[in-house]
Design a protein around this ligand. Sequence first.
Ligand code: NAI
Ligand code: MG
Length: 401
Amino acid sequence: MMKRHSIVTLPGDGIGKIVLNEALRVLDSAGFRADYHHGDIGWEFWCREGNPLPDRTIELLKKHRTALFGAITSKPNDEAKAELDISLRDKGFVYSSPIVGLRQKFNLDICVRPCRSYKGNPLNFIRRGRGNTIEEPLVDVVIFRQNTECLYSGVEWTAPPEQVYKAFMTHPKFSENYGQVPIDELSISTRIFTRKATERIIRAAFDYAEKNGYKSVTVCEKPNVIRETSGLMWKLTKEIQKKSYPGILLFNTNIDAQMMWLTKNPEDYGVIVAGNMFGDIASDAFAGLIGGLGFACSAQYSEDGVAVFEPTHGSAPKYSGFSPSIVNPVAMIESACMMLDYLNEKDLSSRIRKAIAAVIKEGRVCTYDMMKMTGRQDVVEKGAASTTMMTDAIIAKLKNS
Ligand code: NAI
Ligand code: MG
């Protein structure tokens, strides 16, 4: 009999709640057996408790280790203050993103974002071929994004304190180019790479390429200009490839050139590895070729076995009150498939992916984004599938498989 798993569900806000529920329906229909443990996260808990990531949620994830996450709402500081419960105001509560919080608390340093086109998806990228031909290259790219360091480390200042300023002044390029700038006109964000985390993301990328039959790994950074951090990644990748993965080809692209080539030959890329910032950019860019936010899934892993699976879209507040809901559940369902792969339930993930592929190929059930409509409540009357209809179509295919 199939193993029974323990999964933490983190619906969050807005459409996060909606799509997570759809993914659970699909998992259930596929025969996945699990005990689900609901975790509170998101804006609601900021407003009510002054903490969008309550300690009880952290404890839950410590205990059960695997989570399915919908999406949360974040708002600027002034709105965060204004919406905080009156009894909590002026008590020193400061809003910070629970997503960044989760990454830091559990050191979820490896982020994987597959971008694979489904045949027949009307949102697939097409390009002009020779003469009057139109080509539709199928994209099969998996991006490995370092998830905790780089420009997201949070080590930054406007008007840096004196010690920091003095330290920067010891660098000849700083003193020469910025030494005359008044301190309160200086903003500095640091780009930090550590050897350990950089090696981990590189190895994760090569491991994945090897296990899944990809011929190459491409490092997408900018080592010719950002010589220390990008340079470290490129240097370590060469060493690791030479020592441990000689059978896998290694390529090097600069992030800017990669974005230019994106639409020229996206079918030529397989596994891509990058630091946090450029990995974020590259994964959004490739996701655009395969249908955008309604299709972009992701996984985040820590070294000690915590894993969080989530669509890359946010809580889409403007659609969260729609009845019926119109958003595309595929990104969330795909994220659940990544979870199944991770839990070694590959028969189930493969059946679900085939069911999604069949629905998309048939082309009869399409959410509003696939029909290139503006997201409004009346899209369902105009022929778009609602969120539930899309999920039902996938479940119907599953039952016939
Ligand atoms: P968003 O991803 O929520 O929505 C942007 C637009 O993308 C939507 O208006 C909609 O047109 C489209 N879209 C998103 N998901 C879709 C789906 N499943 N199907 C069809 N169309 C879809 O990003 P936005 O509007 O910038 O942010 C809204 C809120 O979400 C903010 O509070 C933001 O902080 C938060 N956010 C949370 C994320 C997370 O939880 N991982 C990631 C990004 C944003
Ligand atoms: Mg992003």
